[in-house]
Design a protein. Sequence first.
Length: 350
Amino acid sequence: MSGAEKEVAGAFTDRCTCRGIDIHCHVVPGSFPPPANGATVRGWPSMIAANACHATVVIDDKPYRRISDACWVAERRLEEMDRTGIRIQALSPMPELFGYWIERAAAHDLVRYVNDAIAVMIGQAGGRFVGLGGLALQDVDLAIVELHRIVGELGFRGVEIGSNINGVPIGDPRFHPFFVEAEKLNAAVFVHALRPTGMDRLLGPAPLQQVLGYPTDVGLAAASVITGGLLQKFPKLRIAFSHGGGTFASLLPRLQQGYSALPTLNEIMPESPAVQARRFYVDSLVFDADMLRHLVAVFGEDRVVLGTDYPFNFREKEPVARIEEAFADVQLRERLTFANARAFLGLDEV
């Protein structure tokens, strides 16, 4: 057991009363270096400080997102975690920092930099953070190199990947070599919405991407895992989907009926979609107690994990209270608040 792993294990035996484990929270470094060799790389991020506590991420000379220093200051996060009952945060990159759309070597440099920033924060928090790193999945070979580094050298518990890689669904066979290594390394895979499809069908301002586009893309990503047979090929893979699995809980009955009624669908799915879906994990980020109860009914009591989207404004600000509102059973609350996340992140093995 590494020193970092001992700290995580110890985090459950100290005097802190917080018990929640948040698998969905993001990091943005406080600054970004220029691209290697002084090159100009389209899509490379930079930061403009507004004041001591806020900054704006800029991409291609356009403001992308205004953020607070909670994105990179461990102490700020710990204060909020104590207030909301969160004992452990699994830190992952802001998804726009995956850089799937930029030149491959530059994207690899970018995710390495962000992953190193996450590792620094983990070292500052006395066992209260674990890592879910980013990878440049537009180049699967480079992604595998970084996967081995963050798991083997940095001690991360797994990775965060986008719901699509430049429009290609994650269930596509071209990503199988990555999933081979993730399963081999016992690395958890957290799927986050990214640059969703269907934006041309939304009527309204840009934030509708987060509000409506994200859950749509996550639902399609989860469906691709089932129709692509990913869980048959990699039965030990631990995979979780952000935003409660998005629209997938609503798509599943149709997929199940199609499996029963349409021979072409039955042929590509050797196992029932409803059975396969109960091998997914989904986070609790649905902003509604009734929907949270529905997720438990669809995916199972041991497959829903706490998630907040911290520290961004559009987040679940009282995650433990939301679970307590939805469920009276104390043991079920404990599973959703921390026990399921321990299993997903492999912390029970530490």
